[in-house]
Design a protein around this ligand. Structure first.
Ligand SMILES: [Fe+2]
Length: 447
């Protein structure tokens, strides 16, 4: 991957700030937004060698913006304190088990069972303290035997955390887990795969879990060469989606073949009678040596896979011809039918510089609306927060961190999701630039 991820809007910041004072705001912050927006992303603490930086592997940094009472109460950022970072910078090491599977924990952050977890797909999660300054290796009381995905799903009805892990070094390559509402690991199932693949996300419905066995294959030879992401595109090995009953055992999984493709992110999944609807951001290929160093040479498009058990096949439908990424929904309808979806609209290739704006889809009536952040401004993942009195699924706020290249500064933009294309209801001017990164969550002060 090229060093474009060390410059401009991606350039790491080298200062940990604690701006515990009201921030400058244009517009009016909705008073029902009472909590913090946390966002994770790569931010190498030690400058990497030229040509040797892999964006997906950079040290994680958490950015926290606190809102309440119609005021932006503060901003703070902290590196995710992994064992590697403790060695490099002399930060307090994480507490917890002595032999964890380490990862940069730079991809996502969410709160479940009273614990805030920093996540990546290649290691154990880290539980993060409210000040973001202390971490604890979170292995579910010793029950976790392989890495944990960066994209667990919280079932809004049961409160369960449904997740998986891929162990690239040996069978069982895939494990499926459920933690109960309190965060205690309730079940783990081993699932046979012929080899390890890069499985970044998955789908969960009210009754089933859907796994993506797609042909980005772990290559031990590349790992031996020291490649930080030792994966190769291998379409001849086939692609399939697996459906596992939520209450089933690993032996109950049923696989359905699809044309070779790759998916980093899933918008949502839900049951439709006996069928399963899975909305994904689909690439024709990935890890296929894109000339610009991107992870994929093809553009990503929102695509619906409808898995029909009675016919034994998957129907594919492209939902939009504009390239998108970072799909989100109102998480209170996760695992159930969703009417709306929100994505970043891409200007160029996948995961490469250049977001053109945000897009809101209406899957019931069809159509979409776009938010244009303005010239020289690029958006981050849209996080939806249902308004306190919100009844309809889109009655709420979209939060997105926007980089302004003209000022080399960042803003938190808050949109009214019901008038998506209009001007922001509020723009919080952040005291430091937030490098473009990955995923985040809104954490209400009541959680
Ligand atoms: Fe992701």
């Amino acid at each position: 991957m090229s060093d474009q991820y060390l410059t401009g809007k991606f350039a790491p910041v080298l200062e940990e700030r604690s701006d515990d004072h009201p921030l400058e705001v244009t517009g009016a912050i909705p008073p029902d937004l009472d909590g913090v927006l946390l966002r994770n992303g790569p931010n190498p603490a030690v400058p990497p060698d030229a040509g040797g930086y892999d964006w997906l592997e950079g040290d994680g940094m958490l950015h926290q913006i606190t809102l309440g009472g119609g005021v932006a109460r503060g901003y703070r950022n902290r590196w995710v304190r992994t064992r590697k970072l403790a060695t490099e910078l002399g930060t307090p090491p994480p507490t917890g088990p002595g032999e964890p599977i380490d990862g940069p924990c730079n991809s996502n952050v969410l709160r479940h069972g009273g614990t805030t977890l920093a996540l990546c797909g290649s290691g154990f999660p880290l539980a993060v303290s409210p000040t973001l300054e202390r971490t604890r290796i979170h292995d579910f009381d010793g029950m976790l035997a392989s890495p944990m995905t960066a994209h667990p799903k919280v079932d809004p009805i049961s409160g369960e955390l449904v997740f998986f892990g891929v162990d690239p070094f040996g069978p069982p390559f895939l494990r499926s887990h459920v933690a109960d509402r309190s965060g205690m690991l309730a079940s783990s199932e081993e699932i046979d795969l012929p080899r390890a693949v890069l499985m970044h996300d998955f789908g969960v419905t009210a009754t089933r879990t859907i796994f993506l066995d797609l042909p980005v294959v772990f290559d031990l030879g590349l790992a031996g060469q020291g490649r930080s992401l030792p994966y190769r595109w291998s379409p001849d090995e086939g692609a399939r989606v697996g459906v596992l009953p939520r209450q089933g055992t690993g032996a109950d999984i049923r696989w359905y073949s699809i044309d070779p493709a790759y998916v980093f992110h899933v918008l949502n999944a839900h049951d439709d009678g006996d069928a399963v609807v899975l909305d994904v951001v689909r690439y024709d290929a990935a890890f296929d040596s894109a000339p610009d160093g991107s992870l994929a040479s093809s553009a990503p498009f929102l695509t619906r896979w409808t898995i029909d058990p009675s016919a034994g096949r998957v129907r594919e439908e492209r939902l939009d011809d504009r390239p998108v990424e970072f799909p989100r929904i109102d998480d209170t309808v996760a695992c159930h039918p969703h009417r709306y979806g929100y994505c970043t609209l891409l200007r160029s290739g996948p995961l490469s510089p250049g977001t053109a704006g945000l897009i809101k889809y209406d899957f019931l009536r069809g159509g979409s609306e776009c938010f244009d952040p303005g010239e020289h401004r690029s958006v981050g993942e849209p996080v939806f927060v249902r308004a306190a009195d919100g009844r309809a699924e889109d009655e709420g706020w979209i939060l997105s961190i926007v980089h302004d290249a003209a000022r080399d500064a960042s803003d938190l933009v808050i949109l009214d999701a019901t008038s998506f294309g209009g001007p922001p209801v509020a723009t919080v001017h952040l005291p430091a630039r937030v490098p473009c990164g990955f995923h985040g969550s809104w954490i209400p002060s009541t959680s």
